[in-house]
Structures are given as structure tokens and as C-alpha cells.
Design a protein around this ligand. Structure first.
Ligand code: FUB
Length: 446
């Protein structure tokens, strides 16, 4: 009965968000560890928050008090299952430190083990506890999770990552200057070997956030590293989970918005590989309030990883009848098109597309048009009278609708009759057909 009630509460707490990059926009999120459980992708990020007034000393630093978990089947609609572990629910965590950094989660024998770093309650004479790694266990990926009373003995560090090898042996990796690894016992709660430092990684520049996976007999040790001034994602490869590893390449260059950290995970889902990572999209001026993202990742025939270029469009097929955030575009015209926050004082309201010239355009790829839509709706405005054309698949492709945006300084839902169209997955072009500037929040089909 108790489990049933808990499940009902969890369902009631779930919230579905349709999103491109970043994939979570109603709160900050960072350090995404993605896992495939029961045919869905689950993402376990950390959760940045603005500094609370009682912690002014942390104003310029990471501030994190709990974790949420998200899931998706199509990688465009994400369900937030709510908070799973907090600094107040784990008995060993010093709940004044807001230090719930990058976590990971793994399944073994039907149980879900959630690993998270945080500052321990002080025990030493210096009054500081330092970073340890704890575990919380659940019967379902969404929780509820029960935190263990004590952290794992023998780990002093951050950014836990767990690999269960093909022979069933589990390994835990973490960082603290270097990257460390140790075997885990079958119970997933205790170390089964002395920690060792992974050798042959770059000596200079900070390394953290290990994420290890195996593909075709190669073990990929992937990690953020400061080669120049901020982190980029690099990797080394080897033939065993313990190494030796050889430095192999760069997965993603430094953030174009100068986010100092990047932290990632790599996962295969429905025969496609994905890179989950973070930038500071919703907080351009403070890079400790980050947002998680996803893009496709490809391997070369020799097993090396092709560099991933961050996109706004992200992955997956968008549903035409949901609000399509065209500001998460696939391409923009060189002149007359730009993206701005709807309200720069409340970035969580998202972005808008501004088309300021005739023939300026924005392209949004892979929208699934079903049969029988009658109209196209745009949330838009124009200080003078504007006009938009929506076309399928190219700038000269079939016209789907023409929208007149009558002079207004308020956002309006403007509707136009749809022309005959072909159902299926199409790329949409939204094109300005007047010299008067038009702002668009989203479009959708009805
Ligand atoms: O999110 C806090 C810390 O920043 C993580 O633990 C690191 O990997 C870096 O992303």
C-alpha cells in the first residue's frame, strides 16, 4: 500500500517538458548522467540554484542542494519526476554546504544505485568534512531513493561514475585532481580494491567528471579537461576498465558561451549514440547556473569519436501539434534574423526569433506533420504590420500557411488556414515577407 501511494505521489509530481537545447528550461541543471533503463533514457543531472540569502559566501560558486531525475522515450519530451535526494535527506551530508555535485546512477539486479558526491559533516579538528561519495537505492529509476547512512569508505572526491563490465565486475571512477578507479563489491556499496590513479592522462590542467563506457571491446575513458583556459571534453582509450589508456582525442571543444565547466555522459539508445553535456544557456552572465543539453555522437570506422558540434535543435523529431520553439533553430538567414531572450530578467521564459527584414528566415528541422491539421498558429507580434510565410523543406518549398501579423505590441496567438500539405517528417522554414520586423515565440499546427 505504501509503495502504491508513493507511486501515485510520484506520478502526480511528474511534469512533462517539450524541449530542444537546453532540454530543461524551468530550472538550472548540470552534469547530466544519462542511462537507458527499461527502454527509456533517464537523465540524472545535478541542480544548480541561485545562491540563497543565508549563503552569501557562495555567491560566486556552485550552489546545489538536491537532485531531480528526468526521463524520455523520444528525447524531445522530458518528464521531470521530481526531487529524488537532497542534502537534508542524506544523513552524512553537511546540509549547510549546498555541495550536491555531479551524480551517476546504475542498475544491478533490479535495484537502482544513485551515487552522489557532497561535503561530509565535519569530523576532523579542522571543522571540515571534505568531499565523499554516497549511495541511495531505489526499486525504480524514478525513486523513491533511500540514502545510505554513511558514504562509501575510501573515496575522497567528486563526480562518481560506475561501469559494470561484461563479466559483471563493477568499477567506480571519480575525480579529485586526478581520476581514480577502484573495484566495487557485488553489493555496490563498498570498494573491493585500493583506489588507483588512472595513468597517461594529461598532467597539466584540471581533469574531472570521468565517464567510462565500453564499445566493441574498447574502453573509452572520457573526461572534461582544461587544456587551455576552460574545460573541453577529451578521451583516452584502452582494452581494460583499469587501463592502461592512451589519449585519443577531443569530443567537444570549449563552450562558445565560455562556460568554465563542461560535464557529460555518452549513451547508446535505439542504435544511435548521444552526448549529454551542459552549457550556461539560461545564465549567460554566471556560468555556475548551467543547463543540460544533448546532441548526436558518431564513431568513425576505427572506433574514434567524431567531434560533436553543439546545436540548439538538439535531437529527435518534434511534434507539429506541440509548441515548436523555432528559436532552437537548425539554421538562420545570414541577415535580418536573430534570437533574443523573451525577457532577459527572467530567462526561464525562453527565447524568441526576430526577423527584421523581408526574406529573413529561420529553419527548424524534423517536424512530424500528421494528416488533418486545419490551421497554423504562431505566437507572434509586430510593432508595424508584419507578414510570415511558412514553407516545407526549402525556401522555395510548398507554402503551408501565410500569416498576417497586425500591428500589436503584445504577444498574440495568430492563426491562419493551412494549405494542402503532405504528412510526414518535414523541415519548416519561417520566412518574413515584409520589411516590418516580426517577433515569433513559437508555432504549432492544429
Ligand atoms: O557541478 C559541480 C562540478 O562542476 C561538477 O562536479 C564538475 O564536474 C563540474 O561540472
Amino acid at each position: 500500500m505504501r509503495t502504491f501511494v508513493t507511486m501515485l505521489i510520484l506520478v502526480a509530481l511528474s511534469q512533462v517538458i517539450s524541449a530542444q537545447n537546453p532540454i530543461v528550461t524551468d530550472q538550472f541543471s548540470a552534469d547530466p548522467s544519462a542511462r537507458v533503463f527499461n527502454g527509456k533514457v533517464y537523465v540524472f543531472p545535478s541542480h544548480d540554484i541561485p545562491t540563497p540569502p543565508e549563503k552569501p559566501g557562495r555567491k560566486d560558486w556552485f550552489c546545489m542542494e538536491d537532485y531531480h531525475v528526468y526521463s524520455s522515450e523520444n528525447l524531445t519530451e522530458w518528464t521531470d519526476h521530481g526531487m529524488i535526494v537532497s542534502q537534508y535527506s542524506a544523513p552524512w551530508v553537511d546540509s549547510t554546504t549546498y555541495s550536491m555535485w555531479a551524480p551517476d546512477c546504475i542498475e544491478r539486479n533490479g535495484k537502482y544505485y544513485f551515487y552522489f558526491p557532497a561535503n561530509k559533516k565535519a569530523t576532523g579538528s579542522n571543522g571540515r568534512g571534505g568531499f565523499a561519495v554516497g549511495v541511495a537505492i531505489a526499486d525504480r529509476p524514478e525513486g523513491p531513493y533511500r540514502p545510505e547512512k554513511e558514504p562509501i569508505k575510501g573515496i575522497f572526491g567528486i563526480d562518481p561514475n560506475v561501469l559494470i563490465d561484461k563479466d559483471g565486475q563493477a568499477y567506480i571512477y571519480w575525480s579529485m585532481g586526478n581520476i581514480y578507479v577502484a573495484k566495487l563489491k557485488e553489493n555496490m556499496l563498498e570498494l573491493d580494491s585500493e583506489p588507483i590513479v588512472i595513468q597517461n592522462l594529461p598532467q597539466k590542467g584540471m581533469k574531472e567528471g570521468p565517464w567510462v563506457f565500453e564499445r566493441n571491446g574498447t574502453y573509452y575513458m572520457t573526461f572534461p579537461h582544461v587544456e587551455n583556459t576552460i574545460e573541453r571534453l577529451e578521451y583516452a582509450t584502452g582494452k581494460s576498465p583499469l587501463g592502461p589508456f592512451t589519449m585519443t582525442g577531443v569530443i567537444m571543444d570549449e563552450s562558445p558561451t565560455s562556460c568554465w565547466t563542461n560535464h557529460h555522459s555518452i549513451v547508446e539508445y535505439n542504435k544511435q549514440w548521444y552526448l549529454f553535456y551542459h552549457h550556461n544557456d539560461l545564465s549567460p552572465k554566471f556560468d555556475k547556473n548551467r543547463s543540460i543539453r544533448v546532441d548526436s555522437l558518431f564513431f568513425n570506422a576505427d572506433g574514434t569519436i567524431q567531434k560533436v558540434i553543439p546545436t540548439l535543435r538538439a535531437v529527435g523529431i518534434a511534434k507539429a501539434e506541440k509548441e515548436i520553439q523555432i528559436d532552437r533553430y537548425s539554421a538562420l538567414s545570414e541577415v535580418g534574423a536573430k534570437i533574443e531572450f523573451i525577457d532577459s530578467t527572467n530567462t526561464k521564459l525562453g527565447w524568441k526569433t526576430e526577423l527584421s527584414k523581408k526574406d529573413a528566415w529561420v529553419r527548424f528541422n524534423k517536424v512530424e506533420l500528421k494528416n488533418n491539421y486545419k490551421s497554423l498558429i504562431a505566437k507572434a507580434k509586430s510593432e508595424q504590420n508584419g507578414m510570415l510565410e511558412i514553407r516545407a523543406n526549402s525556401l522555395n518549398g510548398p507554402v503551408l500557411a501565410k500569416l498576417n501579423i497586425n500591428k500589436t505590441s503584445d504577444w498574440k496567438d495568430i492563426s491562419a488556414k493551412l494549405e494542402k500539405y503532405k504528412a510526414g517528417i518535414q523541415d519548416l522554414f519561417v520566412i518574413s515577407k515584409s520589411e516590418n520586423p516580426v517577433e515569433i515565440d513559437w508555432i504549432k499546427f492544429e
